[in-house]
Structures are given as structure tokens and as C-alpha cells.
Design a binder for this molecule. Structure first.
Ligand SMILES: [Ca+2]
Ligand SMILES: [Ca+2]
Length: 457
């Protein structure tokens, strides 16, 4: 009586029904000895493809076949005549991880003829079955357990480069691979066939920081072949994905102004010496570097390759006191190689505050005129009109120009050093004084050099 109820229950529907008082005697008898409570969102239906382990015995306990001795699951469509009728029926409604004992009368097994030498005529067969995997050939990708961050300004598209962590399991929960164990993300371009088709789809339309579980049927994974002795043939794969960041090779630096002082007459530009505070993190907030780790402010001459290109760009056009969040894609940061503490191909986020800056001079210059230089420069330099300009006289002149705002020296330099360097550049015969025929503006010198180059050509 007990068995008959189970049979009826299984072979009809999952809705609770009353026990049928007149069972088909001698039909397939199913005993569900272990039903997993977790993760049974689907159970076997006709036309599903299943992978299961089994022990097949005769009523006297003689084993006639076992998947365990072959060390691989038996794989089959259900209800399509690939299996004996008793299994086509007995597997229905089964969950992955479930264990069933199925007793099959001869007329739903091999009947009068039996099979080979193992199964005699009119044999009742007993199968102990453990369901390992299930999918339907019509299945597409399934996305579950999606957790999308509140702030998601952009979703991934074809051609983006995504860095993500994953945990890969089979439907029975056994892990076959995990990026967490390697302690580095998996990185790939998406939608371009670099990863299995299912993962290519799974990573489209994700946000940075998003979590999702994707269930990938074998035809969108490693198919009937499986892979590398790790993925069995026709295996369904379950990936729990965490998107760390993504970017596109065409991405530029993103600058978000957080605060801009009302009084902002002058902004930073190439060659300026800037002093700033910064915090650098990964997109998920993992801290990397901070100027607060050092005693003094950070400084850099913009355009001098002192900092990564993206930060250099992010520091331009700023007022003193301005605060920005600058997002730098890896090709304008530390690239595919990364750097100490910076993972390969990581997007970086800089929180910066400009503390001060000094206007700069072009590369190669120590001093520039901010207005027209005196028509007779030597006469202007030679205060005492003795036709010679020693270093002291030269220095007084330069300091005066800077003090009156007519010129400026290279920022971040000591005035006396700049004067000394400039003086020695002009005192071409090294006799300690500049004479009229020695003196030349760098601009004119450059022009002459350029002209000479053209003549050579
Ligand atoms: Ca003089
Ligand atoms: Ca001289």
C-alpha cells in the first residue's frame, strides 16, 4: 500500500493527491530514499537530459551493471526511448542529489528476451540511482540570485574587459574551479568568444559590484566533450560570479567634480607644479595608496611623466581647493601588468584635492617671460653699464623680473640654483661674465637651432 502511493505520486504530478486505492500491481516501484532539501528547483521531466550514477542488480542481489565501476555517469535523454521503459518512468520527478531505489518488472525492462548474459528472461531489475545532473537541450542560460549595487552608472557591453571572481560548481554542489583559490580575478573581453558561450552571455549587462549565479547548460559550456578531465561530458555548470570591475579599451579618464571653490581665477595646466592629496582605491573600494601615508603632500609637474597618464589628466584644469573623483582605466593607469599592489588591468579611482600649485615653464626652460622681454636685454642686465654681467648682476635682474611678475622660473626649484644654471648657460667662454655677444634668449637659440636643422635637410 505504501509503495503504491509513492508510485502514483511520482508518476502523476507533484500536487498532493489521495492514495489511489487500485494500483497497477507489479508496476515500477520507486522508493525515494534521499531527497535533497537544498537546490531542487527542477526535477526530471520528459525530454530532459540526465547524468546519473547507478547500481543495477537482480532481485537476488547479483550486480548486472554499475556506473561506479566505469567511473562515469550514465547519460541519457528521459522519456525518449533511450532507456528501458521502467527507467524512463522511474527517473521522472527526480532532483539532483536525490537517491532512488527503483524496482522494475520485466515487462518494463528486458522482458522475455532478457539482455546479454547478465539479464535473464523475465528478470525484475533493481536500480539504485543517484542523480548527478539535469538539463533540457532547449535550456538557455539561467540567471539567479542577482544582487545589483544601487549605484550602477553603466552596464557591460560587447567588447568590454571584465575582471571577475567566480566559483564554479556542478549542479550537485561540487566545486570544479574557483578564482578565489588563485587569489586573482579572471579577466576577459566579453561577447567575443574568449570564454564559453554561456559565460560570454552571463557577463553582458552586468554592473560593477554585481553578483549573479548563472546556470549554463552544456551546449553553452563544454558540450558533449567536456573539458580537461575536470568537466565531464554534457555537464551543466553553475557559476557564482562577482564583477570586480570592467572597462572598455576606448574609455577615457572620468572626472567628477565634487567641490569647486567659487573663487577660481587660475587653473592647473601642463608644466605646472601641483601639490595634492589623494586616496587611490580599486572600484570596489579596496584601498591601495594614499598621500596621507606620507608626511608631505604629493607633488608633480604635469606632463612630466611623474604620475600615471590618467592622474596627470585628472589633475589638469583644477583650482586650488577643488576636489575630484577621477576614474582611470588601466590603459591610462598601470596597464595589463599592474604594479606593486595594483592588480593587472585594474580600474583605479582617485579621490584628489588640489592644495596648491605653481605655474610652470615649458620643458627645457628655467625661466620664461610673462610679457615681452626688454628690447635690449643686455643693456637691461648690465645695470652699471660696464659691458659685463657677472652672476650677481644677472641674479639681481632675474629676481627683480620674478618679483615684478614679468617672468617666472621653473617651479619647485631653488632660485639661486636656477640663476646659477642660467648664468653658466650664457657665459659661453666660462670667464665668469656675460658679454653682449654671448647673450642669447633661449627662444632665439631654439629658432637658430631649428633653422640650422632645416639647412642641413
Ligand atoms: Ca655690469
Ligand atoms: Ca663670458
Amino acid at each position: 500500500m505504501f509503495a503504491c502511493c509513492i508510485v502514483f505520486f511520482l508518476l502523476t504530478t507533484w500536487s498532493p493527491v489521495e492514495c489511489n486505492p487500485s494500483p497497477v500491481l507489479g508496476d515500477v516501484v520507486v522508493d525515494r530514499s534521499f531527497i535533497p532539501k537544498i537546490y531542487c528547483q527542477r526535477s526530471v521531466m520528459r525530454t530532459d537530459f540526465v547524468r546519473y550514477h547507478f547500481n543495477g542488480t537482480l532481485l537476488d542481489g547479483t550486480v548486472f551493471d554499475s556506473s561506479y565501476t566505469r567511473k562515469q555517469t550514465h547519460n541519457s535523454l528521459v522519456g525518449e526511448g533511450w532507456l528501458i521503459k521502467g527507467l524512463d518512468e522511474g527517473l521522472l520527478g527526480m532532483c539532483v542529489g536525490e537517491i532512488r531505489n527503483i524496482v522494475i518488472p520485466p515487462f518494463k525492462a528486458y522482458g522475455e528476451k532478457g539482455s546479454g548474459t547478465e539479464i535473464p528472461s523475465q528478470a525484475t531489475l533493481v536500480f539504485d540511482i543517484l542523480l548527478a545532473d539535469i538539463h533540457n537541450p532547449k535550456d538557455n542560460l539561467t540567471i539567479e540570485n542577482q544582487v545589483v549595487p544601487e549605484s550602477c552608472t553603466r552596464k557591460s557591453v560587447v567588447g568590454d574587459y571584465v575582471r571577475y571572481h567566480y566559483n564554479g560548481t556542478f549542479l550537485n554542489g561540487v566545486t570544479f574551479d574557483t578564482s578565489y583559490q588563485r587569489n586573482s580575478t579572471y579577466n576577459t573581453y566579453i561577447g567575443m568568444g574568449y570564454v564559453i558561450a554561456g559565460m560570454d552571455q552571463a557577463l553582458l549587462g552586468v554592473c560593477i559590484g554585481e553578483k549573479r549565479r548563472v546556470i549554463i547548460p552544456p551546449h553553452l559550456a563544454y558540450g558533449e566533450e567536456g573539458a580537461g578531465g575536470v568537466i565531464p561530458p554534457s555537464a551543466v555548470l553553475v557559476f557564482d560570479i562577482l564583477v570586480i570591475d570592467f572597462h572598455n579599451p576606448n574609455d577615457t579618464v572620468n572626472i567628477q567634480i565634487i567641490h569647486r571653490p567659487e573663487a577660481c581665477n587660475e587653473t592647473t595646466a601642463e608644466n605646472d607644479l601641483v601639490r595634492y592629496h589623494y586616496n587611490c582605491t580599486l572600484v570596489d573600494g579596496t584601498p591601495l595608496f594614499s598621500s596621507h601615508d606620507y608626511e608631505s603632500l604629493q607633488d608633480a609637474v604635469l606632463g612630466s611623466d611623474k604620475v600615471i597618464d590618467g592622474l596627470d589628466e585628472g589633475l589638469r584644469g583644477m583650482c586650488v581647493g577643488e576636489k575630484r573623483v577621477v576614474t582611470v582605466p588601466p590603459h591610462l593607469g598601470h596597464g595589463e601588468k599592474g604594479a606593486t599592489g595594483v592588480p593587472s588591468s585594474a580600474v583605479l579611482v582617485f579621490d584628489i584635492e588640489l592644495v596648491s600649485f605653481e605655474k610652470g615653464v615649458p620643458p627645457g626652460y628655467l625661466f620664461v617671460w610673462l610679457e615681452d622681454s626688454p628690447a635690449d636685454l643686455f643693456a637691461a642686465l648690465d645695470f652699471n653699464k660696464n659691458k659685463e654681467v657677472p652672476q650677481e648682476e644677472f641674479g639681481e635682474f632675474i629676481k627683480l623680473q620674478v618679483a615684478e611678475g614679468k617672468g617666472r622660473i621653473k617651479p619647485g626649484q631653488i632660485m639661486e640654483h636656477v640663476i646659477s644654471d642660467m648664468f653658466h648657460n650664457q657665459d659661453r667662454n666660462k670667464d665668469g661674465v656675460i658679454t653682449a655677444d654671448e647673450l642669447k634668449l633661449k627662444v632665439d637659440e631654439d629658432k637658430e637651432r631649428e633653422a640650422a636643422r632645416h639647412e642641413e635637410l
